[in-house]
Design a protein around this ligand. Structure first.
Ligand code: ADP
Length: 248
């Protein structure tokens, strides 16, 4: 009897099968996500070619623009996700958290201004650094900020704060927006998962942002925490290990 050997083979096959299944699901999901806006694009363009009224034509063209933008966002996010997934061990350079926060805020500023949302930046003082990949970290904080802005009410405040405690560095993004129902909390990190916040609040998002955030966290030996209450708001915290050779 060599039960260990037998065990190992079974494990191997089921793991491979599981990965194949994930890949198949993923391809199916991607196809589905692209099919909807592509279908809309086709219909809109067809209608446009036959539309004599310039006002209506203008409106159709603008919807084509919106749908095309959506397709390109999905593709951008997929490319980001695949890059981040393939860089399992990203470059580990000392990166100042303050710079990551500032860069991510800069990228979301115009979207925030459009909705009259103020972004409060609470930088760790003295500055702290983590070991990792700057592009990935900015990408993660940017995704969290983008969500915070999207799911907040006009005129509200979004706060991004960096701090350190217990050998960890925390980067927290807080909003006072719609919040997330408890039953959805476990699933929001899945690819393409979106909470149904009601028709009034179609974010135009891809459902990939938080998968990217979670991947960036795990690439940096960290994790993401979420604290959210429906109707009150959310805090997402990226928790990263503090570099051992720390000296600020
Ligand atoms: P999306 O591109 O749709 O924002 P994400 O993966 O970033 O994709 O988020 C998944 C879903 O989680 C969102 O569609 C939204 O329903 C919910 N969500 C994420 N962040 C927030 C937030 N700050 N407030 C409320 N809901 C959120």
């Amino acid at each position: 009897h060599r039960p260990l050997g037998v065990n190992a083979i079974i494990e191997d096959v089921s793991e491979r099968r599981r990965l194949e299944e994930i890949r198949r699901d993923f391809v199916a999901n991607v196809s589905h996500e692209l099919k909807t806006p592509m279908g809309a694009l086709g219909l809109l363009a067809e209608t446009l070619t036959m539309e004599p009224n310039p006002t209506v034509a203008q409106r159709l063209a603008s919807r084509i623009h919106t749908e095309a933008f959506r397709v390109s966002r999905i593709i951008d996010d997929l490319l980001d996700l695949s890059r981040i997934e393939s860089e399992e061990a990203p470059p580990r350079e000392p990166i100042y958290v303050n710079l990551v926060m500032a860069e991510a805020v800069e990228r979301v500023r115009s979207a925030a201004e459009q909705r009259r949302i103020t972004i409060e930046l609470d930088e760790p003082d003295p500055p702290v650094h983590v070991l990792g990949d700057r592009r990935q970290l900015v990408s993660a904080i940017h995704s969290l900020l983008e969500n915070a802005v999207t799911f907040s009410y006009e005129g509200s405040v979004v706060r991004v704060a960096g701090s350190q405690s217990d050998g960890k560095i925390q980067l927290a993004v807080t909003d006072t927006g719609v919040g997330i129902p408890a039953r959805d909390l476990e699933r929001i990190f899945e690819r393409f998962y979106r909470v149904d916040h009601g028709r009034s609040r179609d974010s135009g998002g891809t459902g990939l942002g938080l998968s990217i955030v979670r991947h960036v966290a795990s690439n940096h030996q960290g994790h993401v925490e979420v604290d959210s209450r429906e109707g009150e708001g959310s805090t997402f915290t990226l928790v990263l290990p503090r570099p051992p050779e720390y000296s600020a």
